[in-house]
Design a binder for this molecule. Sequence first.
Ligand SMILES: *Cc1c(COP(=O)(O)O)cnc(C)c1O
Length: 355
Amino acid sequence: MSVLDLARPELRAMQPYSSARMEASGGQVFLNANESAWVPVGDDGLGCNRYPEPQPAALVDALTTLYGVRGEQLLVGRGSDEVIDLLVRAFCNAGRDAILIQPPTFGMYAVCARVQGATVVEAPLAADFTLDVDAVLAALTPAVKLVFVCTPNNPAGLAAPRAAIERLVRALSGRALLVVDEAYVEFADEGSVVDLIDRHDNLAVLRTLSKAWALAGARIGSLLANAEVIALLRRIMAPYPLPLPCVDAALRALSGPGQANARERIGIVRAQRVRMQQALRELPGVREVLPSQANFLAVRFDDAGATYQRLLAAGIVVRDVRRYPGLGNALRITIGTPEENARVLAVLASDRVLA
Ligand SMILES: *Cc1c(COP(=O)(O)O)cnc(C)c1O
């Protein structure tokens, strides 16, 4: 069986939209797409009067080199958020199919499923927030087409061991596509599982430039998967998903100097993560700092609501994650610059009660 047997059959038969940009080859005078013949004011050499390439070759090249995959194994979209949505739309029939998630986890999987009319099956993470492969397999039904694993996990911060991912993808073979969201993997001790896509056609890996690459504003996310899955998603994606200024920003971030800069910042974040873990554990009102492989810490407080308000009154905005199962007394604090982190510690160490 092909992994595409899990996808919506009508999409495999559908004639995709064919854009002017896709049909064009060669030529110097472009009168085929009703674009303006003139560049806009302030264009700066980008050529924004023209539609962009649907999958810009230079960006695809840079990303395949970065992630260690072949061109036909990569789809680049407007952030992983768009790629998650495309996966759900390609694999889940409204009113019939389902996705499986492990709460607490990233919210977009369930949101995309609900917009599509797919059911959300939940198999919670273990009490210590590690991936529970047996619980996933026990909760699996024939309706489940996609299983999402977020590692390192957002919002808890732990990473799933590679052996657990391997066991899960093997068990799901022929039954569901395993989508491993590695939005924070650059900050983790253990590397990506992307090398496994050559061996498992039911494995897909999400990567993003939004976190470690400091490009959340450019919206560049990738799906790395079997070539057939990528080809299917290319048939249903938006005709021109990637704005030229965003592609340009990504190419600069992925240049030699850009990569050196990103590596340096990742080192700073990892060092600051250790410093914050140690310092937070010493503070009054802090019950537990969860271990983290990401660029944030989930921290349990005696009174998370009051702590949130106290930080806010000092101008510091953190994420209230109390609505997530198992995190009823926790806040999620992103690792900032050393100065920003020191401010967090200073506010928490002070006895002032502002709220
Ligand atoms: C931030 C985040 C994303 C979003 O990535 P974009 O590429 O910015 O859309 C995806 N998954 C997880 C787990 C995240 O925390």
